[in-house]
Design a binder for this molecule. Sequence first.
Ligand code: NDP
Ligand code: OAA
Length: 437
Amino acid sequence: MAVAELTPSYTKIHLHSSELSFLSTRLFNQRQCAFRPLPKTQHARISCSVAPNQVQVPIPVQTEDPKSKADCYGVFCLTYDLKAEEETRSWKKLINIAVSGAAGMISNHLLFKIASGEVFGPDQPIALKLLGSEKSFQALEGVAMELEDSLFPLLREVSIGIDPYEVFQDVEWALLIGAKPRGPGLERADLLDINGNIFAEQGKALNAVASRNVKVIVVGNPCNTNALICLKNAPNIPAKNFHALTRLDENRAKCQLALKAGVFYDKVSNMTIWGNHSTTQVPDFLNARINGLPVKDVIKDHKWLEEEFTVKVQKRGGVLIQKWGRSSAASTSVSIVDAIRSLVTPTPEGDWFSSGVYTNGNPYGIAEDIVFSMPCRSKGDGDYELVKDVMFDAFLRKKISKSEAELLAEKRCVAHLTGEGVAVCDLPDDTMLPGEM
Ligand SMILES: NC(=O)C1=CN([C@@H]2O[C@H](COP(=O)(O)OP(=O)(O)OC[C@H]3O[C@@H](n4cnc5c(N)ncnc54)[C@H](OP(=O)(O)O)[C@@H]3O)[C@@H](O)[C@H]2O)C=CC1
Ligand SMILES: O=C([O-])CC(=O)C(=O)O
């Protein structure tokens, strides 16, 4: 028995499982449908952007129930009076947070931190919008079940979907984690193209449906160039709102300096990662401080700083993969939390944090129109400013130039995805993600 439900632009079809595989495969192959099995039934919901006259199934006339449009999950589909709770509990207005790759390893740590309130605060209700794929849909349901069972008071809504145009509707934060990992035999140019296509599509979707001031943090690698592709495909959202995650690198650098100096890592401040989230990244020991003093005054072994420290930070991800058999997920999720909190809380006086941001107007002479990790400060309003008073020496300049050249080469390689013509892929041979060795 097949049932279809029509709206002017969408056709919703409920099918028995026997009919499901044929129709969903056909329509999916035409990239026209979003497919969602309905929990605890033999049915699925398929949202297809096809003209109504193409549908060959009996169509009962129904008035649309707005609730049936939402892809809310389980307990999160219940209605409740959030406004009343805002008054009695002094809660803030609900914020919508989209997470892609939501069934992946990083998200599996991150979602529970966000839902617990440790990221946006104990008075900030949260709606989580999880983006997955046809392949990961069941796993997403598993994630949503675990979120249900956690009884987080601040988590008011969870929805799951595979269409970024639905999932990104009105989101104020988009945490873009989902990306294809670089496996054996996959050239970096191919990876840039495969993942670049994902981020071009997601940029277009954000541009169409997200909040006009959405903050976007790109985690999926190669994250700097993915962030550039994303912002170029979202011309109605300020380019300044896009970040590539280099906070994990900052945290790794702080840890290594603390270890060498024999201090706890909260004594390390002003840590900049310059450049690409790759093995050309530059952990800046010239401007960093330990107990408020220049690192070079505390760690006298400057050869260690220039050689071992720099390489250790650049390759930390790869060493971890060798030990763990998979890439950093828990510490990456912690660093995403740090990155968000740095934007929603004022930066401590005199300190700063690193983020991969758009270079236009930067005061350091770094090439314009790329996404480059630089030192930032925030008033806690979600926005940031670049730090002006930083020092450079010949060593730092040389290292920064290498990372800059790498990012300019990556940009030429994705010109077809940024609207800048024909791609030319002349990537430096040694270009690698931190996880590659
Ligand atoms: N910037 C940083 O500091 C760091 C970045 N990373 C990067 O984060 C990303 C995610 O890592 P992690 O969560 O561990 O990875 P996982 O493999 O656990 O999950 C990633 C998700 O990406 C999605 N995905 C995989 N292949 C494709 C594809 N071809 N097209 C679209 N989506 C795909 C899948 O979700 P679905 O099927 O639902 O689409 C998958 O669940 C990786 O790119 C990794 O390199 C990792 C560590 C640090
Ligand atoms: O290369 C990877 O996927 C892992 C990574 O980015 C990191 O550990 O910094």
